[in-house]
Design a protein around this ligand. Sequence first.
Ligand code: 13P
Length: 289
Amino acid sequence: MAIVSATEMVNKALEGHYAIPAFNTNNLEWTKCILTAVEETKTPVMIQTSEGAAKYMGGYKLVVDMVNDLIDSMGITVPVALHLDHGTYEHCYKCIEAGFSSIMFDGSHYSIEENVQKTTELVKAAHNKGLSIEAEVGSIGGEEDGVIGMGECADPNECKQIADLGVDFLAAGIGNIHGKYPENWKGLSFETLAAVQAKTGELPLVLHGGTGIPADMIKKAIDLGVSKINVNTECQLSFAAATRKYIEAGKDLEGKGFDPRKLLAPGTQAIHDTVKEKMELFGSVGKAD
Ligand code: 13P
């Protein structure tokens, strides 16, 4: 099975009141352990990459080939979508060409008129090639790949304007931020989420910044129409902590403990465990059956 568009899996999640996990990948180990975890638990998944991470890995074509080849060689049977996270206008086209099965156009920093115009164009281009497309209204706070957003709450009327363009799912800022949440974080704005959902109806909504959101808020967000949840930083933190522990215990100095296959193993296992924990929280385990 090759990568698939995310439309069907996200629509099913909306109907079934759970959320599709969308994990950012950074390299081969990341991708392999996400795939291992979703196959073990029969979970549909979106593997996504930022522009920066794709560049780090060697480019979009390499990412497409890596994911498709692993699906094949690992005998993955669950649906897997490969998605561009926070794409610019130009890079959305690059990913459509490279063979991604889903893209996100982040036009949230444009005026609503320009966001509408560019999203309209990209919806057509993506759908012509069978890809799903996510759009964004109201920038997500925090820092990602050098892009700093202030975490504004989306205007529900603007969400309706973008939803009406035929996007497959919509990211609306509701006070969520990328990375670790600060001590004084006020929490998600469920008022905004409910107002957006009232305007956009049956359109699946996307929650960015899935790292560190308390379980009760995740559940409430899913109840209010969130059907895709992005997680990146939490896997990075798990990987770093386990790798630190291995090195601090001096394991890299014992025998061939410096071999990357040994050195990266605890971190990779830690990502696997975090991925499983998130999928259970999102209610998506077993939904590929
Ligand atoms: P976190 O890094 O906070 O998990 O957010 C991921 C994300 O939203 C990617 O778009």
